[in-house]
Design a protein around this ligand. Structure first.
Ligand code: 6GU
Length: 237
């Protein structure tokens, strides 16, 4: 997977990607990251990227042409004449989910456009963006952290990025329930004991306990997911 990120803060994207699992994957050549500073594509010598909005109102907008020139350079660098998805990170997008991460992980290249200021001139968005995506119902100062979130979630689905131990910790959202509680040594800590069933060695009982815990935790913390899971499982029985 090759990530291409159009941003005003390339150093934030690079720092965010150059750690831990993602760094290791880039080092191994499974992932690559290319950042493009939109400011480098401003023709005028003052390097201003933004301007006032027509119709008035607070805030400044990124102008269309700078974003478009950046995009043309990204496409030149990719160098192939095929469609590449362009993800615009914006609170006006649909919400990024595990299903979306799985869909995006099948692509060879992904281009991210990080929004800033009050937004970007709509005309360039119409021309280049394929997916408008948000990471949740709150507002960030810019799209960089959202892009990092999406790249992280996509990367860990790409074969070879995680080792086996790490992959095993994947299942939470894949079956639609939250993960059950887990314990490691010691058997007693701060007066709290590891649940007896986990020490019993009785595999079927352990599985039963974990499912109950998952269901109860999901019901309490994520009633939306709980109702969905129940609806799907009632259909099958
Ligand atoms: Cl993608 N961008 C910004 N600026 N804020 C957000 C977001 C994105 N997703 C949630 N909040």
């Amino acid at each position: 997977m090759n990530f291409h990120v159009m941003t005003l803060f390339p150093e934030l994207i690079e720092k965010g990607m150059n750690t831990g699992v993602l760094y290791r994957a880039m080092d191994r050549g499974i992932l690559s990251l290319h950042t493009y500073n939109i400011r480098d594509y401003v023709a005028d010598k003052h390097k201003r990227v933004d301007d006032y909005t027509y119709g008035g109102g607070a805030g400044m907008l990124l102008q269309a042409e700078h974003v478009y020139q950046t995009y043309l350079d990204v496409m030149r660098q990719i160098g192939e004449d095929r469609k590449v998805r362009v993800i615009y990170t914006t609170p006006q997008g649909s919400v990024f989910t595990q299903a979306k991460a799985e869909e995006l992980s099948k692509e060879e290249d992904l281009i991210f456009l990080c929004g800033h200021y009050e937004g970007i001139d709509e005309r360039v968005l119409e021309e280049i963006v394929s997916d408008n995506l948000s990471i949740g119902d709150y507002v960030l100062t810019g799209g960089e952290l959202a892009s990092l979130v999406m790249m992280d979630a996509v990367s860990r689905l790409i074969p070879g990025v995680l080792n086996n131990d790490e992959s095993a910790m994947t299942e939470s959202f894949t079956d639609g329930l939250l993960e059950y509680p887990q314990y490691t040594r010691p058997e007693e800590w701060h007066g709290k004991k590891v649940p007896e069933v986990l020490l019993s060695g009785h595999h079927a009982n352990v599985e039963k306990w974990r499912l109950e815990q998952s269901l109860e935790r999901t019901r309490l913390r994520r009633p939306d997911l709980y109702e969905k899971w129940k609806a799907e499982h009632d259909n099958k029985s």
